[in-house]
Design a protein around this ligand. Structure first.
Ligand SMILES: [Zn+2]
Ligand SMILES: [Zn+2]
Length: 241
């Protein structure tokens, strides 16, 4: 687990033939009020727990898990994590929380072929990724958690209920799979995705002052060049109609 700044830590994903999302741990250590942002791929829960323990984190301090979105590579190990911290609340945007509670796994797997592949590979039964959500986010909230103020921004396009978390004070953005390093953006061909929404979401993010970009996969950017998000949005806009 690596420290990005005080109150923001990073557990890199361990990709297999399917990617494993990065996990971010937010909250000032002294607050004893930590949140995990995403958890990762099925089978990768133990690795995340080991990383937390190795960093000296008392699992009891982890009060909640906030999902940027509910794709399998982000939520696949949620039951493994909850077994170790059954007290942790789950916070997800309402548009993905509702299907998740009903056992509608279309967003989780994104496409039929992928569902069959994952269920076979990981021995998952239909409905295995059904969860009750403690707080349904809407976007626009300012979350006073862990001694910090994180803003929730609804950024649909890669998925219906995708959110970014933004720490304005330190200009840190956690955008899930909507935008990555190297001018890359998330795919927009899965269930609930929408190219034109993704275009709008990228433009919305481009309005923020961002020095540190912490995406769901691949490189993190600790020194975001100025205008990076706007340049990315412009580069992709003709493909996103
Ligand atoms: Zn995704
Ligand atoms: Zn992902």
């Amino acid at each position: 687990m690596a420290k990005i700044v005080e109150g923001v830590h990073f557990i890199p994903g361990q990709d297999e033939f399917i990617p494993d999302s990065h996990v971010y741990v937010i909250g000032k250590p002294s607050s004893q009020d930590l949140s995990l942002i995403d958890v990762g791929l099925a089978g990768k829960g133990e690795y995340k727990i080991r990383s937390l323990l190795a960093a000296g984190i008392d699992l009891k301090a982890v009060k909640r898990i906030i999902m940027t979105h509910t794709h399998f590579d982000h939520i696949g190990c949620l039951s493994e994590i909850l077994r170790q911290m059954p007290w942790a609340e789950i916070w997800i945007h309402t548009l993905e929380a509702e299907p998740l509670e009903k056992g509608d796994e279309r967003t989780v797997y994104g496409m039929e072929m992928f569902r069959t592949m994952c269920q076979t590979q990981y021995g998952l039964k239909p409905g295995a990724l059904t969860f009750q959500v403690n707080r349904k986010l809407l976007g626009g909230e300012s979350l006073g958690i862990g001694g910090m103020a994180w803003e929730v921004i609804h950024i649909p396009g890669h998925s219906m209920g995708g959110i970014a978390l933004y720490l304005r004070a330190e200009r840190i953005l956690i955008p899930g799979d909507v935008v990555y390093a190297d001018y890359a953006i998330g795919r927009f061909d899965l269930h609930g995705a929408n190219a034109s929404d993704l275009n709008k979401s990228l433009k919305r993010l481009a309005e923020l002052e961002v020095d540190i970009l912490l995406p769901g996969h691949n490189r993190i950017l600790e020194k975001v060049p100025s205008g990076y998000l706007l340049k990315t949005a412009r580069q992709w806009e003709s493909a996103l109609v």
